[in-house]
Write a protein that binds this ligand. Structure first.
Ligand SMILES: Cc1cc2nc3c(=O)[nH]c(=O)nc-3n(C[C@H](O)[C@H](O)[C@H](O)COP(=O)(O)OP(=O)(O)OC[C@H]3O[C@@H](n4cnc5c(N)ncnc54)[C@H](O)[C@@H]3O)c2cc1C
Length: 414
């Protein structure tokens, strides 16, 4: 059996970008995934790549909106029976982070990972022939009543302070930015200088192929156990066994289970989300369009329009909730009255989420040769390239000019 320099378990967008950053530093990579790379959670997201998506889910005032999100309107939030006991401690920690001070601190940590995302994706895509997979676009948040449009909220204030170009638009300006939009929306907040991918699944596949063409060994296997074996890590797969000195766990929402076999425990949950992908929609969506009441982002992708988002806390392996498909179709019609929904595909994925909305990247105390890169919740696509850079710099012990203490796993290991 070959012992390659680094083995990564998990070939989602995080594992793939980690592989590319390690290769940039001259390291050989073996990437193991039970599926094709980039085709699990990283396949079905909303495609947003933005330096300004730096506001955590937990914000001041969130608590009083939860009953509405769960029980009325489009019900963008649900909690399945049977997981309340694990949800309560996670939820309390999550809510405790939603103070003004907490949000500002989290935004700083998120900025570190989101700010260079567009530039780094373009670097990774260079000379692949698929540079068009990432497009410049705006991020448009819809507002029903024009008088409610304001930039005084904490999210806009943080973004403005960090240099974002944001404006409120109304009436005909809104209509010309996004022609297919329903006239029931009177205003929008536009964040400029953002991007999106027109195919998250193909982006992952193209970048994995690039890593492979640069020498990465991509292996299809399900890792069932990791354990220490002398100076090495031993991995027991369904198909084969592997030894490695340096191991990276980047298995998204499943990382918790893999680490628990060596006694490393983290408060990670599977925050499930959904999409419908409408082939032949009959309309075009120019920007990333956010409809907060429905908890979704809509955009045109390769092969149609995708409406993606919503939050369902539930067991990682529970089957998708079919009611969500009807709800997403209703939301699609609400935003774009002329959309055709005759050919739609329904999908569910699992965001790997920590209560503080920040991933864990880097070494693990008392576990020599073990590195982690997971927990990117709602922002894994846009955080992936920089997360790969931070991981690779840590692994090769490059001096880092940035404070990465906020993204260390140590915060959960007191
Ligand atoms: C509806 C929705 C919309 C979203 N929209 C956006 C967005 O617009 N922008 C954004 O930045 N983020 C978005 N996200 C979040 C983003 O998709 C995730 O944060 C990201 O995909 C996580 O990537 P990952 O590589 O950590 O996980 P995954 O993509 O889940 O990859 C983990 C991989 O590990 C493999 N694996 C797991 N366990 C094992 C094992 N034991 N052995 C072998 N392989 C294993 C899996 O097969 C999988 O391929 C969205 C998420 C959802 C659900």
């Amino acid at each position: 059996m070959n012992t390659l320099d680094v083995t990564i378990v998990g070939g989602g967008i995080i594992g793939i970008c980690s592989a590319l950053s390690l290769q940039d530093r001259g390291i050989n990579v073996r990437l193991i995934d039970r599926e094709s790379p980039g085709q699990t959670t990283s396949f079905g997201n909303a495609g947003v790549i933005s330096p300004w998506s730096i506001i955590p889910q937990s914000k001041p005032g969130l608590l009083k909106t939860i009953p509405k999100m769960m029980f009325s309107g489009w019900k963008p939030l649900s909690i399945r029976a049977g997981i309340w006991s694990s949800m309560i401690p996670w939820g309390l920690k999550f809510l405790s982070k939603g103070t003004e001070v907490g949000v500002r601190q989290t935004a700083d940590a998120m900025s570190l990972l989101c700010t260079p995302s567009i530039e780094l994706y373009r670097k990774h895509l260079k000379n692949t022939g698929d540079e068009g997979l990432v497009k410049d676009t705006a991020y448009l948040q819809l507002i029903k009543h024009a008088e409610d449009a304001s930039l005084d909220d904490i999210a806009s204030q943080i973004r403005l302070k960090k240099g974002a170009n944001i404006e409120i638009i109304k009436g005909s300006a809104l209509r010309s930015l996004e022609p297919a939009l329903s006239s029931t929306f009177e205003a929008g907040i536009v964040i400029y200088n953002t991007a999106r991918t027109i195919s998250p699944g193909r982006l992952g596949a193209v970048l994995a192929k690039k890593a492979q063409s640069q020498g990465a060994k991509i292996i299809k296997d399900q890792i069932n156990e990791i354990r220490r074996d002398g100076d090495n890590w031993f991995l027991k797969g369904k198909v084969s066994k592997y030894n490695t000195k340096l191991l990276v766990i980047a298995a998204g929402a499943w990382s918790k289970e893999l680490l628990s076999s060596i006694g490393v425990r983290v408060p990670l949950i599977a925050e499930r989300g959904y999409h419908i992908h409408c082939a032949n929609p009959g309309i075009d969506v120019i920007n990333s369009v956010v409809y907060s009441e429905g908890g979704v982002i809509a955009s045109s992708m390769e092969g149609g329009v995708r409406i993606a988002g919503q939050v369902e806390f539930g067991p990682i392996d529970a089957s998708p909730d079919p009611k969500r498909e009807l709800r997403l179709k209703g939301i699609a019609r609400k935003i774009f009255p002329d959309i055709s929904l005759t050919k739609t595909k329904f999908w569910m994925g699992r965001r790997p989420s920590f209560p503080d909305s920040i991933p864990v990247i880097g070494t693990v105390p008392k576990q020599p040769g073990l590195f982690v890169n997971f927990g990117h919740s709602h922002h894994g696509l846009m955080m992936a390239p920089k997360s790969g850079e931070v991981l690779a710099n840590t692994l090769v012990q490059n001096p880092i000019n940035e404070d990465v203490s906020s993204i260390s796993i140590k915060r959960f290991m007191n």
